[in-house]
Design a protein around this ligand. Structure first.
Ligand code: PAF
Length: 281
């Protein structure tokens, strides 16, 4: 592979440049508007793989009709600069009409796991995610692919899809990157006003309070959910959508914690919907 980052849009150009890469190849799928969280995925991929492909595609099929597709933040120039600095070999920025031509009619859907949590709040969201990730896997043929723990259910759903469809791809889930006050990094943080941004650390503080109780011996899931609710109630700008304390693998709600559990929540700060989670145990 030659020095320097190659930017491709057309599928045939991706196919050709992909043949030039030394393996193992790591894939970092993104929707752009990159932050330190995305770059940490690239860094991990650089450590574990000889070559790294990043994709930038705001995938319309994972947005609901009343969600923020039109306003989703974009800054391609800055994204390309960050990816080049991080040492990415190929950036693929497909066009929507190439990914979803007018007669598109084939979908990839994981069943049970997607009916819970985010899936129950955002119907069709995971069908869009698994369909696009599967198309990205097929086109880039990576050995490993990197996703953030912040989107915990997405990570579980992609792991399930990879197993079910026998993709020979190692799914690597990387730690959530946080701002100094604990707010999980997300492209959607850009929507927050200064005042809302100050309030947004409440998600982290609520999770931390429950984690502390867990570390002190609290194993009752409902008590842990209530601790999260009580902390959130102290911030009037925060509107809780759900808090869940579920089995880490099945995402089914727990009564008592014994193995690994996922404590997760979705909260509106103004019109901005934020999610976060901690793994307990
Ligand atoms: O996590 C994201 O940014 C997106 O859901 C993904 C995995 C790039 C698919 O569009």
């Amino acid at each position: 592979m030659t020095e320097g980052m190659i930017i491709v849009t057309k599928l045939e150009d991706l196919f050709y440049t992909r043949t030039l890469l030394d393996g193992p190849v790591g894939l970092v799928p993104t929707m752009g508007y990159l932050h330190a969280g995305h770059i940490s995925l690239v860094r991990q991929a650089k450590i574990e793989c000889k070559s790294v492909i990043a994709t930038i595609f705001v995938n319309p099929t994972q947005f609901g009709p009343h969600e923020d597709l039109a306003s989703y933040p974009r800054n391609l120039e800055n994204d390309l600069r960050l990816l080049e600095q991080a040492g990415v070999n190929i950036v693929w920025t497909p066009a929507t009409e190439d990914m979803y031509p007018p007669d598109f009619q084939t979908w990839v859907e994981v069943e049970n796991l997607t009916s819970l949590l985010e899936g129950s709040m955002r119907p069709g969201h995971f069908r869009g995610v698994t369909t696009i990730v599967s198309k990205l896997f097929n086109a880039t043929r990576p050995d490993k692919s990197y996703f953030g723990q912040k989107d915990a259910q997405q990570a579980a759903v992609i792991r399930q899809m990879t197993r079910d469809l026998s993709y020979p791809i190692d799914i690597v889930i990387c730690r959530t990157q946080r701002e100094a006050d604990g707010l999980a990094m997300s492209s959607r943080n850009a929507y927050l006003t200064t005042d809302q941004r100050k309030a947004a650390d409440i998600l982290y503080r609520a999770l931390l309070a429950a984690q502390t109780a867990f570390d002190d011996g609290e194993k009752n899931a409902e008590t842990l959910r209530q601790i999260v609710k009580d902390v959130l109630a102290t911030e009037h700008q925060a509107q809780l959508q759900y808090v869940s304390c579920a089995d880490y693998d099945t995402l089914k709600e727990l009564d008592t914690l014994s193995g690994k559990a996922l404590l997760s929540l979705a909260v509106f700060i103004g019109k901005t919907r934020l999610i976060d989670n901690f793994i307990l145990g």
